[in-house]
Design a protein around this ligand. Structure first.
Ligand SMILES: [Fe+2]
Ligand SMILES: [Fe+2]
Length: 150
């Protein structure tokens, strides 16, 4: 797989977890409390141990390269800001689950879901095509670094 395929593939693997965020929101108030709470705890696991590490890997390795290609290190700041928002909302969700209020938990889950879906679309539709213009050697290097990190 080349660089863009590898990143798309990683997103594809994360997508099931992203959908489970919305599904957990749909269950709140519909199922017994213990059922939806267990699902929200799975969502938290996914966010903390899969999605956020993926985002941090991008901040460290991927975005600096995209920034160079776009001619400015500031070019990816809006994307990193999305990551910060996801981390903040995850934190709020974790805290919220200590004494869960159904409406607030649902709001956080749907908010996270839409921010992440839009963020993935921006990466795939706008940033990945740019990486296609890297010369072969640099693309290889970046791929090797990303794979070592994953
Ligand atoms: Fe990202
Ligand atoms: Fe990503």
């Amino acid at each position: 797989m080349n660089l863009t395929e590898t990143i798309k593939h990683e997103h594809l693997e994360l997508l099931r977890g992203v959908e489970s965020i919305r599904e957990a929101g749909d269950l709140i108030g519909v199922t017994e409390d213990r059922v939806w709470k267990a699902r929200v705890n799975e969502v938290l696991e996914f966010l903390q141990h899969q999605l956020i590490p993926h985002a941090k890997g991008e901040d460290d390795l991927l975005y600096p390269n995209v920034g160079r290609l776009m001619g400015s290190p500031d070019a990816t700041r809006t994307m990193s800001r999305d990551h910060v928002e996801v981390m903040e909302l995850t934190h709020q969700l974790e805290r919220g689950m200590e004494e869960p209020d159904q409406r607030m938990i649902r709001r956080l889950l749907y908010g996270l879901y839409h921010i992440i879906r839009l963020h993935f679309a921006k990466e795939e539709e706008i940033y990945l095509p740019l990486l296609g213009s890297l010369d072969a050697e640099r693309a290889e290097d970046l791929l090797a670094t990303l794979e070592a990190h994953l």
